[in-house]
Design a protein around this ligand. Structure first.
Ligand SMILES: Cc1ncc(C[n+]2csc(CCOP(=O)(O)OP(=O)(O)O)c2C)c(N)n1
Ligand SMILES: [Mg+2]
Length: 537
């Protein structure tokens, strides 16, 4: 190894100084200097088969730890491959830093190899996105990116790293600065009082969260507020909004709310813009958001840290006699109540297998500690609605992008090596990152992919039936392929399940194999349930 200190050493030094121990990456010319600089620095590289998979892993890592997951990819096409996964991290408010190699600054504008305006490409799906300009300041760039990713509303941040800066010699004094953890911003006392007055005056208040506010310590803070006030708390995390099958019979009750307390939840499509016709014209809205630009007109807007405000409200509400417990109980019982006909689906012995029968088989493992990652189409929706699980659980989220489940499951297993991890996904979705089963094998991170195989892109097929008619479906057929053989071909374990009674033993064998596994379940392609008003998309 050369003794020369380069920009790449500053990058690695800044990551290590901030406590980053894991990079998710796929190699390429412009980042080899960073690979070299990681040696001996306690920074592991988990290398994937596609750049998007690296970002999905970093996203899962961010959601599981609330510390930035860091992905490192190469320039141009490598960088572009990473972009769709960044959108998932953005919409799930996951702290992620994407570092991409970049054409050398000395050749910019002259048609350098893989030259493109990478910062501009990433900007729409990032909180911040820039190209590093000075080798001596690379440590500062990294520290700033990590700080930004986890501050305020967490999300992805991108820095492009030109190859010549990474390889440039730097002076001994150039180093990393310590991460800056700005204290969260509290609401003013008057704002807390105003919010409490609105809560006290309401008869059917609902607290809506989502993204970062539905995870970890932030989630705990909101739960305490729910306990003190009695107001129901619902995480809104589905691309289907009120048609999230997990909401069960609470979905129709939402329209009765006369006060919405949006804690970090944007009033976007997920909550039908928090306005009529989804809510009554007299429904009032309190919005608490770290970002002033996210505020919409409502009864009250507070620019502050939503978790801290939840604490402030809970403390101030104690002893004030806020009594929304009966309404809260009604909503939460409805949330836990599934339609009566689900019992038959869960017990069904039919072939092809009912998706709820798969949910039933998964529930047993989740109850014993398995972590569920759910993705993709109607099957993913059935599983999200049909399996009750405590966090951590990872869903593809409001981005509505399919494909990330296998890489996310692998990062989950890395984070929780003692817990089984099951990725439930549709057959179409499986195709996106099936090859990451090879990554799982190489790193001895066994995950079990349970495929709901209905031999079609059913979500789109169902939409076509609804929108255009059953005789006008086009472009959604797949084959009932032997996907389990992909697992065995790569050195993992494969099971194909055609009969309901074979589900449990196949799952047990897959989990016991200690290998990355595929359980390919031939399911009936049923539309996922909806309970609310007609879906908007
Ligand atoms: C990246 C991406 N591409 C396309 C879509 C559109 N889409 C949503 S669900 C779906 C079908 C998924 O099929 P499959 O995984 O087999 O699940 P199924 O609906 O059949 O249960 C498609 C194509 C999307 N949401 N994200
Ligand atoms: Mg399918």
């Amino acid at each position: 190894m050369s003794a020369t200190r380069t920009g790449a050493h500053l990058v690695v030094g800044a990551l290590a100084a901030a406590g980053v121990r894991q990079l998710f990456s796929l190699s390429g010319n412009q980042i080899l200097s960073v690979y070299d600089a990681t040696l001996g620095r306690g920074l592991s590289i988990l290398h994937t088969r596609h750049e998007a998979a690296a970002v999905h892993m970093a996203d899962a890592w961010g959601r599981l730890t609330e510390e930035p997951g860091v992905a490192l990819v190469t320039a141009g096409p490598g960088h572009c491959n990473a972009i769709s996964a960044l959108y998932g991290a953005l919409m799930s408010e996951s702290p992620v830093v994407l570092l991409s190699g970049h054409a050398p600054t000395a050749q910019l504008g002259r048609g350098a190899f893989q030259e493109m305006d990478q910062a501009a490409v990433a900007a729409p799906v990032c909180k911040a996105s820039w190209m590093a300009k000075d080798a001596a300041r690379l440590g500062e760039d990294i520290a700033t990116a990590l700080d930004l990713a986890r501050s305020g509303r967490p999300g992805p941040v991108h820095v492009s790293l030109p190859g010549d800066l990474l390889e440039a010699k730097v002076a001994a004094g150039d180093g990393a600065r310590a991460p800056r953890r700005e204290p969260p911003v509290a609401a003013a006392a008057a704002e807390v009082e105003q919010a409490l007055a609105l809560l006290a005056a309401a008869r059917r208040p609902v607290i809506l969260t989502g993204g970062a506010m539905a995870r970890g310590a932030r989630r705990d803070a909101v739960a305490r507020l729910g306990e003190v006030t009695g107001a129901p708390v619902l995480p809104m995390e589905s691309p289907r909004g009120f048609n999230d099958p997990w909401l069960h019979l609470a979905a129709p009750l939402l329209a009765q709310a006369d006060l919405l307390l949006l804690l970090g939840k944007k009033p976007d499509f997920v909550v039908r813009f928090a306005q009529p016709p989804a809510f009554g014209a007299d429904c009032r809205v309190i919005q608490v958001d770290p970002d002033a630009a996210a505020l919409r007109a409502g009864a009250l807007g507070i620019v502050a840290d939503p978790a801290l405000v939840a604490d402030q409200l809970a403390r101030a509400a104690r002893g004030r006699g806020l009594r929304h417990h009966a309404w809260g109980e009604e909503v939460m019982v409805a949330r836990a109540t599934v339609p009566a006909e689900w019992a038959a689906g869960r017990r069904s012995t039919r072939s092809p297998i009912h998706p709820l029968r798969v949910a039933d088989a998964l529930q047993r493992h989740v109850d014993r500690g398995a972590i569920l990652v759910a993705d993709g189409g109607e099957f993913g929706q059935w599983i999200q609605g049909g399996v009750e699980s405590e966090p951590p659980r990872l869903f593809n989220g409001p981005a509505g992008g399919i494909g990330g489940a296998i890489p996310m499951a692998i990062a989950t297993r890395l984070r929780h090596p003692d817990r089984p991890v099951i990725a439930a996904l549709g057959d179409g979705t499986f195709g996106f990152h099936a090859f990451e089963l090879d990554t799982a094998l190489r790193y001895r991170l066994p995950v079990v992919a349970v495929i709901g195989n209905d031999a079609r892109w059913n979500a789109e097929h169902q939409l076509q039936i609804r929108l255009y008619g059953a005789d006008r479906t086009v472009g959604c057929e797949l084959l009932p392929s032997r996907y389990e053989q992909i697992a065995t071909a790569l050195g993992g374990h494969g099971e194909r399940v055609e009969r309901a009674g074979d589900l449990e033993p196949a799952l047990d064998r897959a989990l016991a194999s200690g290998l990355p596994a595929v359980v390919n379940v031939l399911i009936e392609g049923l539309p996922a349930p909806t309970y609310g008003p007609a879906p908007s998309h």
